[in-house]
Design a protein around this ligand. Structure first.
Ligand code: PLP
Length: 472
């Protein structure tokens, strides 16, 4: 096992070192799909054979999000350091649901660092979860409790009609969170944005007043720090002030935007986040930590305990011995058994350091600016949103009668050729090629390669004829 382990480690280092030379992504051949759909065989195979199968069936057909030219959605690339930390965590096999051991202390230390990164007060607490989807869901429950009182955990909504508010570009999981909390997706008021794609404060005030007039109880405003589509950041300070005045819970979905706090030049973009009642964010996106590593922070740690603790004789904490160390993480979140997510974060924050993580964030924004300039200089391309952060939305302008379809084909062409992996979105009713820069491995040459590949795919699709309409 030891010898195999060393070979596996070398194999994975080779994989990571060779990422940029291979395709970003390649589709699984039918034979591989079939192999991966087979029922479990009666006879076991050796660990050696399982490693070989992994190399044949899994490794070549990865999603590519660690690759320097992966630019789709908002996905992190992880790091070799994170891989090693995952191995250590697996070797330890800590159950971080509770009890008195060092892995829990590491998680509390990481949560303390996160609170300081966000500028939250010392009273803040937090818990590591799968991702921002879960963290946003938990925040909805905390906000519900704040509005209805602790009794809501026993009685549920008991007929109360609650409403939450977010901008129309808020992540899908915010509506899902209202659904899962039993409030209903329609109780998320999706509000219009200004030209910079930020929640319109006037629309928010009007929606809250309209709900109050109808007997509906406004309870939560979700500000977004980094929308998925265009990387817009709501005016968090203004939303915080509004929530203070109106007595509403202010939650910030800062899934990737939280890391802007590390950059002296960029942190002003998320001013006001430190005034939030709760913040959801991911270490597995801009934090360069491998999946999964999400976090919910609450301004007052007691809210987490009041929101999730419940008694069971077999889980009672003790004053001493292994059952000491209250409050346990299982009392401040929904999971009982939970892995040692904190370790890979603990490694990343200490080894990379805040300054180098800030440099990764700054580099992502610089790459977006560079790509924006390249697009502006190409008459065949047009930008569909300002490259405000680390995200660029643009399209190929040729063949205006079928421009949406053309851009969809171009994205699929690039992905299937393994050249680059942008994704698609829709901006103002128009299909957009979308590139997000999250990965520390991505360089200017990779952004340039995307431009060249989009132009080449457009030429190929249009039969070589340049059908670029005049600008304007
Ligand atoms: C990625 C993302 C989410 C969802 O987070 P997961 O970690 O994928 O669950 C929510 N909000 C925003 C703005 C995101 O970018």
């Amino acid at each position: 096992m030891r010898a195999l382990g060393h070979r596996m480690l070398d194999g994975m280092f080779d994989h990571i070192a060779g990422l940029g030379a291979g395709p970003v992504w390649q589709a699984m051949p039918e034979a591989v799909r079939a192999e991966l759909a087979r029922p479990l065989a009666q006879a076991p195979i050796s660990a050696e054979e399982a490693w070989q199968r992994f190399r044949d069936l899994v490794l070549p057909y990865h999603a590519g999000n660690a690759h320097p030219r992966f630019m789709g959605w908002v996905q992190g690339g992880g790091s070799a350091l994170g891989m090693l930390a995952e191995m250590l965590a697996g070797g330890l096999n800590a159950n971080c649901g509770g009890r008195d051991h060092a892995a829990i202390a590491v998680e509390r230390q990481v949560i303390g660092w996160a609170g300081r990164m966000l500028g939250l007060p010392e009273s803040a607490g937090g818990v590591l979860v799968t991702g921002s989807s879960m963290a946003n869901f938990m925040a909805v429950l905390l906000a519900r409790n704040a509005a209805l009182g602790a009794g809501a955990r026993r009685a549920g909504l008991a007929g109360a009609a609650l409403a939450a508010y977010a901008q129309e570009g808020a992540h899908r999981c915010v509506a899902d969170a209202l659904d899962m909390a039993g409030l209903g997706r329609d109780r998320l008021r999706r509000l219009p944005v200004d030209p910079a794609f930020r929640l319109e404060r006037g629309a928010l005030a009007a929606a809250v007043a309209a709900d109050r007039a109808r007997g509906i109880v406004p309870f939560l405003v979700v500000g977004t720090a980094g929308t998925v589509d265009v990387g817009a950041i709501d005016d968090l300070a203004s939303l915080a002030a509004f929530c203070r005045d109106e007595g509403l819970w202010f939650h910030v979905d800062a899934a990737f935007g939280a890391f802007l706090r590390l950059s002296p030049g960029l942190r002003a973009l998320v001013d006001g986040i430190e005034a939030a009642d709760s913040v959801a964010f991911d270490f597995h996106k801009w934090g360069q930590v491998p999946y999964d590593a999400g976090c919910l922070m609450a301004r007052d740690a007691r809210h987490l305990h009041e929101g999730f603790a419940s008694a069971a004789a077999y889980l009672g904490t003790a004053a001493r011995g292994l059952a000491a160390g209250a409050p346990w993480p299982c009392e401040i979140g929904p999971d009982l058994s939970r892995g040692f997510r904190a370790l890979k974060i603990w490694f990343a924050l200490q080894v990379h350091g805040e300054a180098r993580l800030a440099a990764v964030v700054e580099n992502g924004c610089a790459l977006a600016r560079h790509l924006g300039q390249r697009i502006a200089a190409e008459s065949a391309l047009e930008s569909l949103a300002p490259a405000a952060l680390n995200i660029v939305c643009f399209r190929h302008r040729a063949a205006p009668e079928a421009v949406d379809g053309l851009n969809e084909e171009i994205v699929a062409d690039l992905q299937e050729a393994g050249i680059a992996a942008p994704s698609l979105t829709t901006i103002g009713g128009r299909r957009a090629i979308r590139a997000a820069f999250v990965n520390h491995r991505t360089r200017r040459a990779d952004a340039d390669a995307l431009v060249e590949a989009v132009l080449a795919a457009g030429r190929a699709r249009l039969g070589g004829a340049e059908r670029t309409p005049p600008p304007g």
